[in-house]
Write a protein that binds this ligand. Structure first.
Ligand code: MRU
Length: 339
């Protein structure tokens, strides 16, 4: 299990050590969970949301306050630190909003602490259940014999549940469909090469690892039946932010007449943003690009750009798979009915 609540601490599987080592960490300070999110020890939009909620609960348990007002003031510095870890995943902010709401609704300081722990557990359970449901719904789009191309890592590690894009793939396999996966390595941090292949091997689903730049080759030869990816934030018009490289895959899929699906729980949808232009995109350290697994691959002081996500305009998306249904154009209409 990638994230587990142990009553007064959180156990996480350190995703930066996979696939070489399966190392679990037990963290009891919210600051350590915040660092684990920044360092991608915990990653993937739904998992970031769940970890963020547990971090708020841990921070709250340690607050000493004589009144509800004093408690809520101190809680603000906890939520602020957690909110500043990664800006793109909507699930993190949705989780923090829910935690703040739960704190405001409770009466005494002790009640608030209990309410925050139970709200975090509820968020975890609901995220996991949402990914199971969307995987089941999405599996209907997968036919026997399909080769599916996916990007980044969107399985149980990224969701603490079934998975989003990978959940759909795993569910289709459980239905008895014979499927194959092409997994992109996902430069610069190799979530596809390290994590997706690891999860698919455990699920006994045939997987071939390709570099990101090979996707067009396979699509143009008719060797891809559909593309499924996850999402970090979906704007009200269906524009979708996901791991850098997703937009390229979507354009290539359209050019080659291949369906392009996005799978995400509704907690990833942000109706407050009219379009993808408003989605904040995380910029990460240049060293993640100039280094490949701790080996420097560029001249010293070489400048490098490292946007962690890009935005795929909704016109490239064949359908968005959520736990409440599969929606297609016009997305604006479909999406407002889901929330
Ligand atoms: O930077 P990461 O590894 O957190 O990025 C993860 C992705 O882009 C996933 O596709 C997205 O969070 C959906 S995961 C279910």
């Amino acid at each position: 299990m990638p994230i587990e609540w142990l009553g007064n601490r959180v156990k996480i599987l350190d995703q930066t050590r996979l696939p070489q080592e399966e190392v679990y960490l037990e963290l009891d300070r919210y600051q350590d969970i915040a660092s684990a999110i920044v360092e991608l020890k915990i990653r993937g939009a739904p998992a970031i949301g769940v970890a963020g909620a547990y971090a708020v609960a841990l921070g709250a348990l340690k607050i000493e306050a004589r009144s509800k007002r004093e408690f809520l003031e101190k809680l603000q510095s906890v939520t602020k630190a957690i909110a500043s870890t990664r800006p793109t995943a909507r699930n993190l902010f949705r989780a923090i909003e829910r935690m703040e709401q739960a704190a405001k609704s409770a009466k005494s300081v002790e009640d608030i602490k209990a309410a925050l722990v139970s709200e975090a557990i509820k968020i975890h359970t609901e995220e996991a259940e949402a990914t199971r449901k969307l995987s089941q719904l999405g599996a209907e789009l997968i036919r026997d014999g399909f080769t599916i191309l996916t990007h980044c890592n969107t399985g149980p590690l990224a969701t603490t549940g079934y998975g989003t894009a990978l959940g759909v793939i795993i569910y289709a396999k459980e239905q008895g469909k014979k499927i194959k996966v092409l997994a992109t390595e996902t430069r610069p941090l190799l979530q596809g090469a390290r994590l997706t292949t690891w999860e698919l091997k455990r699920a006994k689903i045939p997987v071939t690892l390709i570099t990101d730049s090979m996707a067009g080759y396979f699509m143009s030869r008719g060797e891809v039946d559909c593309v499924i990816v996850g999402a970090d934030r979906i704007a009200a018009n269906g524009d979708t932010a996901n791991k850098i490289g997703t937009y390229t895959l979507a354009v290539l899929a359209k050019e080659n007449g291949i369906p392009f699906y996005v799978a995400a729980p509704t907690s990833t949808i942000d109706l407050s943003l009219a379009s993808g232009k408003e989605i904040p995109i995380e910029q990460r350290s240049a060293a993640e690009v100039t280094y490949f697994q701790k080996v420097c691959i560029a001249p010293e002081n070489c400048e490098a750009a490292n946007p962690a996500f890009d935005v795929t305009p909704h016109r490239y998306i064949t359908a968005i798979i959520t736990e409440k249904g599969i929606i297609r154009e016009p997305y604006g209409e479909g999406m407002s009915k889901l929330k």
